[in-house]
Design a protein around this ligand. Structure first.
Ligand code: NAP
Length: 333
């Protein structure tokens, strides 16, 4: 155990469902790590779109989970629960969490921690686990993206988007990405996209078909849904795969399911937060083995857009809801 663990800490709690002003500082006990957990002194915590939904009361926590938002953090291990052998006090880790990121200390299952990659700051590392776990499990495990295939990322400048662009490129795919401005399109190209599509001015179906000479794209990761759904079914190549991580334009549409049958398509989707500790730990272990070496190889770069002090979590949410950001917004206690 490292010295100087205080009995209480400052966290940001959601006073009531509503706007960013509902995020207010509060004092809570510093948790005791249970068996299999480590206590982390948080140096940085990534903000995720899901946090804004949780704040509005539209994404309730799983039963029995903490009410403090925050799906990821980076920091220093300061105390071990029973049976933890993988980490030592003093280790710098980043961690996938069910909540509690918006605080100074959090107890996290040891299997959901990753070493901070070499050359990456603690601040940048605080914004890595949620997007890397989401992209790995969806694009590579569920959608089985293969080298040489054509991948379309909808929302390419989001935290999820810049992660997916980098990983898809690193694993040998050709990458198309959509974004809502020229600046965001340039960012997608800077992160490795072969083609960036300004969806306000261009039709991604047309661009995707042109890029593949009419064949269609192999894999799409979507967070938009709604009217995008039939257009994506149209754009997919035979044996194509479509995965949803969000449905910002809505979940109910009319679509031609005959095309799914005719083209042998796979349509899937998932949520990360609802998975068990064992399932999350398996994703984290796969990341450590297959993706973390890419940091050392210089094939990935972090993507913090802006940091805010913990006490300014409301401002951080306002920025996320403005969609002006590219990459991650990170809270620093
Ligand atoms: N299912 C899961 O396990 C899981 C896990 C993590 C995140 N998510 C979801 O994934 C999404 C991204 O998360 P994040 O934290 O990275 O959020 P974020 O950075 O706020 O990204 C949201 C993005 O959506 C883009 N967008 C909005 N309308 C669009 C459209 N019509 N076409 C293309 N892009 C559009 C916005 O970019 P423009 O300004 O360019 O429109 C923005 O970049 C969120 O909806 C989140 O809830 C799901």
């Amino acid at each position: 155990m490292l010295a100087n663990i205080p009995p209480t800490q400052t966290v940001i709690e959601i006073k009531a469902p509503g706007g960013p002003e509902m995020l207010v500082p509060a004092t809570r006990p510093v948790p005791e790590p249970k068996a299999g957990e480590v206590l982390i002194r948080i140096a940085a915590a990534g903000i995720n779109r899901a946090d804004t939904l949780q704040r509005m009361g539209r994404y309730p926590m799983p039963p029995g989970a903490t009410d403090i938002p925050g799906l990821e953090c980076a920091g220093t291990v300061v105390k071990l629960g029973a049976d933890v052998t993988a980490w030592q006090p003093g280790d710098q880790v980043c961690a996938l969490m069910v909540g509690d990121g918006y605080g100074e200390y959090a107890a996290v299952p040891a299997g959901q921690c990753l070493p901070v990659p070499k050359g990456v700051s603690l601040v940048d590392a605080g914004g890595l686990p949620e997007t890397f776990c989401t992209v790995w499990t969806n694009v590579f495990e569920r959608l089985r993206l293969q080298p040489g295939e054509v991948f379309l990322m909808q929302g390419g400048s989001s935290g999820i988007g810049v992660t997916a662009i980098q990983l898809a490129k690193a694993f040998g795919a050709k990458v198309l990405a959509t974004a809502g401005s020229e600046e965001k399109c340039q960012a997608c190209r800077d992160f490795g996209a072969d083609v960036a599509i300004n969806y306000r001015r261009e039709d991604f179906v047309e661009v995707g078909k042109k890029f593949t000479e009419g064949r269609g794209v192999d894999v799409i990761l979507d967070m938009v849904g709604g009217d995008y759904i039939p257009r994506q079914i149209d754009l997919l190549a035979r044996e194509g795969r479509l995965g949803f991580v969000a449905l910002m334009h809505g979940a109910k549409v009319e679509a031609d399911f005959g095309a799914i049958q005719r083209k042998h398509l796979t349509v899937t989707g998932s949520t990360l937060r609802s998975r068990t500790v064992a399932q999350k730990s398996a994703i984290v272990a796969a990341l450590r083995e297959k993706v973390w070496p890419l940091w050392t190889a210089g094939k990935l770069r972090p993507f913090t857009y802006k940091t805010f002090p913990l006490a300014e979590a409301a401002e951080a949410h306002r920025l996320m809801e403005s969609s002006a950001h590219i990459g991650k917004i990170v809270l620093v206690p």
